[in-house]
Design a protein around this ligand. Structure first.
Ligand code: SF4
Length: 268
């Protein structure tokens, strides 16, 4: 997929390539990348795990409801995803904060440690749109099981979209000779969800059609936002949550049930 919608943000400049062969412009625009539902590779088995069933133990009726919800998702989801590349680094004299696009974020130590050696960050956001969550809410009134399963499908589709966006960012950064980190979102790893407002201030208004409520909740709800560290010296950890000492973590529980690694909105 190569289509891009670009929205202008302030800030520009250029950066040297790591091999010393020249410079490339630092992307000053936030760019939307094109994804269709078929690109997302949503894993049915992962959703079965999130619903609490393993190894074919899901009752047949629930399996049928899951297939109905997946078919509705294919019809109703309108994936939108994009990012903006900005300068980033550890906030001076602090081990618990980062400067991203000129703004200091009190990310706390897990995120600040992971991006401590980043030179840039991809500030990203993605959503599957509001139609599936609205349909799931309607089903709750007369078939709560279907509504509940459709809601779980919406979460899985949003995570799959974030995974594919992560893949694309990795590819685009690799072309410049840079590595990327796991992804991190406000609300996880000790990073306050209130900083979502400052994060979205680095993106054009209503980027990908996402707006924030006062409580920093995204609309549509099935959306993911955050940062990914970029640079020659950063690394991606396949087992971030496995070695993390935070035990009471919603994201960890979600990915344990799904049967995947997780971390700060950081799995993959
Ligand atoms: S378990 Fe994973 S998501 Fe949770 S705080 Fe640790 S690294 Fe972050």
């Amino acid at each position: 997929m190569t289509n891009r919608r670009e929205s202008r943000c302030p800030g520009s400049g250029s950066v040297s390539l790591p091999d010393g062969t020249g410079t490339v412009p630092l992307r000053a625009e936030a760019a939307e990348l094109a994804f269709g539902f078929g690109d997302l590779a949503v894993e049915r088995e992962g959703i079965v795990g999130v619903l609490g069933y393993r190894d074919g133990a899901m009752p047949e009726h629930f399996g049928e409801l899951l297939d109905v919800a997946l078919a509705e998702a294919a019809r109703r989801c309108l994936p939108r995803a994009g990012y903006r590349l900005v300068e980033a680094g550890r906030a001076e004299g602090r081990f618990d904060a980062l400067t991203v696009g000129g703004t200091v974020f009190a990310t706390q130590k897990i995120v600040a440690g992971a991006l401590g050696r980043a030179e840039r960050a991809a500030v990203f956001a993605c959503t599957i749109g509001p139609a599936l969550e609205e349909w799931a809410r309607e089903q709750m009134a007369h078939d709560p099981a279907l509504g509940f399963i459709a809601d779980a499908v919406g979460s899985a589709v949003a995570e799959a979209l974030a995974d594919r966006l992560h893949d694309r960012i990795e590819l685009e950064m690799a072309r410049r000779g840079w590595r990327i980190t796991n992804r991190y979102s406000p609300g996880y790893c000790g990073w306050s969800v209130a900083e979502q407002h400052a994060l979205f201030a680095l993106l054009p208004a209503e980027f990908c059609g996402i707006t924030l409520g006062e409580s920093a909740l995204m609309h549509p709800v099935k959306s993911v936002s955050g940062i990914i560290g970029v640079g020659a010296a950063v690394k991606h950890s396949d087992y971030l949550c496995d070695v993390c000492t935070v035990r009471d973590c919603t994201y960890r529980r979600y990915h344990e049930r799904r049967g995947t690694n997780g971390g700060g909105g950081a799995h993959r």
